[in-house]
Design a protein. Structure first.
Ligand SMILES: *[C@@H]1O[C@H](CO)[C@@H](O)[C@H](O)[C@H]1NC(C)=O
Ligand SMILES: *[C@@H]1O[C@H](CO)[C@@H](O)[C@H](O)[C@H]1NC(C)=O
Ligand SMILES: *[C@@H]1O[C@H](CO)[C@@H](O)[C@H](O)[C@H]1NC(C)=O
Length: 220
């Protein structure tokens, strides 16, 4: 008799244990959807970008505390372009000598991306990309974002509208470009072409510089 009770107790214990366990697993499942890491406050990143076969190397200097973002865009065997964006909504697109001295100013309704601009992105799962196992998200049909599972560094992004693919070659957290480089040339301050853009434009430099690589989009 005693052993029967014991057996029942054991079964009951196992049953309760399994129930607890499956509840734990369920609870775990509901919190385990990965979210993208916030962007560091300041970083330098070299990007290799392919826009429908048009190749470019971009130096991205993201500087949130100073409210500024810089894309220095080297087109393959071509022009070096500067896309200097301020958080007050003003962006300068210019070229320097030995190229033509051009400058275009665009006023946007919103400034640069916030470090948490990827919040609310839709998780799509994992994928092997550029030799890294990545978590993948999509944000409002605009961008696919790939982040290394191990280090949580960005690996790749694809801009849906332009088909532009950016591969992250370096990611130097804390690197800051000296102040003296954040200066648009004098010919930006004369009668440079100026435009106002409302919140319909998705990519800052996509408008001003076809082939630009700005992340100054309207999701902030
Ligand atoms: C760039 O992308 C195009 C497709 O848009 C592809 O055919 C080409 O191979 C790519 N070039 C490089 C160097 O990845
Ligand atoms: C935004 O800041 C930049 C850099 O300080 C400045 O050149 C530009 O005029 C400012 N734009 C506005 C609209 O205040
Ligand atoms: C842009 O907007 C400013 C102020 O909102 C206005 O003074 C300026 O004339 C506008 N420029 C153009 C080109 O529309």
């Amino acid at each position: 008799m005693a052993s029967a009770t014991e057996a029942i107790n054991k079964l009951l214990f196992i049953f309760l244990f399994l129930q607890q366990y499956s509840l734990l697993i369920m609870a775990d499942d509901s919190v385990s959807v990965p979210v993208p890491a916030d962007w560091p406050q300041q970083f330098h990143s070299v990007l290799f970008i392919n826009r429908s076969g048009d190749l470019q190397k971009t130096d991205l200097w993201y500087d949130w505390p100073n409210g500024r973002n810089f894309n220095i865009i080297q087109h393959q065997l071509g022009v070096l372009k500067y896309d200097l964006e301020w958080d007050n909504g003003t962006s300068f697109y210019y070229t320097l000598e030995p190229f033509d001295k051009t400058c275009k100013i665009v006023h946007f309704e919103v400034g640069i991306l916030r470090p948490n601009w990827l919040h609310g992105a839709n998780y799509l799962g994992q994928e092997h990309v550029d030799n890294f196992l990545c978590n993948v998200w999509e944000k409002v049909d605009f961008i696919s974002y790939y982040e290394d599972v191990l280090t949580r560094r960005p690996v790749k992004r694809i801009f849906s509208s332009s088909g532009m693919v950016a591969h992250v070659m370096t990611f130097e957290v804390g690197a800051v470009l000296e102040d003296k480089h954040w200066q648009a040339p004098v010919y930006c301050f004369g009668d440079a072409e100026t435009q106002n853009k409302t919140s319909t434009s998705l990519l800052h430099s996509q408008d001003a510089f076809p082939g630009g690589s700005s992340h100054g989009i309207l999701m902030r």
